[in-house]
Write a protein that binds this ligand. Sequence first.
Ligand SMILES: [Zn+2]
Length: 486
Amino acid sequence: MRLALIHISQETNDFNPVPTTLADYVAYGIYEGQEVIDRLTGRGQVGGHLAAAGGAETVPIIRAWACAGGRITREAFDFFQEKIRAGLQAAGRIDGLALQLHGACAAEGIDDVEGAQAALCRELLGPNVPIVLGLDHHANITRQMVDACTAIVGHRAQPHDQFDTGQVGTTVLMRIINEKLRPTTAWRKIPLVTHQEQFLTAQGPMKRWFDRAREMESDPRVLQASNYPMQPWLDVAEGGWATIVVTDNDQALADTLADELAALAWSMREAFMQRTAIAVDDAVMAAERAPKGVVVLSDTGDTVFGGAAGDSNLILESMLRQGTTSPALIPLISPTAAARLTEAGEGAEVTLPLGGDATPFFTPLSVTGTVRKVADGRLDLTADNQADSQGEIDMGRTVIFEVGPATLLISTLRGVAGNLPSVWRAFGIEPTEYKIAVVKTASNFQFFAPITSQVIRVDTRGPGQSDVMTLPWRRLPRPIWPLDPI
Ligand SMILES: [Zn+2]
């Protein structure tokens, strides 16, 4: 058996105006051919595919991953269409395609990147070669994706286990081929767009919804039941939540179960809107007064894993204005500040504006501080991040800058900011010596968890903000709850 493998992933945030370019993919590595296998065996969604593929031969075509951010450029979109076309044309006869995409990627002028990629694969492979599409469950499911693919599977957990999704997708693909199954899909759009504070699958309404999908899969007639709470920053024409049930040749069963999963999500819509984040000044003082560290302050609005730009200065501003004294770690992504501080050099005292580089949500804040370190931002975080494939990253020129109680990590390129303790350690800073650590994520606290005393979600504005009501939506289909009464 020969299985082609394509993995292309980026999550788009339509409220971050900075486009995602090919250079952003290059920063995380674009691998082609055998290099895909050599670099990713045992890791991420590709590793999951390889583990499940067993004795089957894999024909690796491309793996490309970029950090979440603004829409991808048309150049990047065209580049990947060409790679898919050339790769599948050169692959020879294949028995199936393991297609691993994100599902919430948009390009300049194209709302549904993955739908277009899946449609191209179908066009090249013809109607009979099975394509199993593995998606992030924050995907926006579209008609084009469903029509192009034989079956669709999604992440089963948040934080995500990409390895698991790779295994599940390829297991389904091989069953379709070996057992000559007839996959039958039912899918439902659900008119919801809720914030991320209830997105963890280990608790609350999301656990209940995902657990029910797992129960459905215990029926041998059900190949996959997958839920898609779309990430709430994708402003596209077909936007909204979805659920997909794939059975073996049983449309009635697929329809019944998809209806049930859609109704279950809808019935819990108020629970999905429960908030835990507190006001910035209150969160900062709660951390200041906490009996011990490390207190993680989650900068929800500036979540770089949700595609924000990492340029928020709101928590720093609050600390300086309120005169806190607890030592605090704060990441910031700012090419201009990194360049200026690099020029000043280690040991220099500098006054400069910080924050608000990229997005209209923030106003630059004038601060004075001392340059402690200037370094190259190439890091290998593989050891911390086995579930994901993006272990090798390039943060560009990175500066450690001391401002009052804050130790700032100011990087040039977008990406993980300071969301992993090992990023700080790479620059000679031990996070356990700090009382407070600001992370630019609203859900991915797993990296800091071993050294965290408590997590406080901060109600910050920004491209990833929890207040979905005031985001400048333009393209989302209406009516949609809670933006409209339904
Ligand atoms: Zn996701």
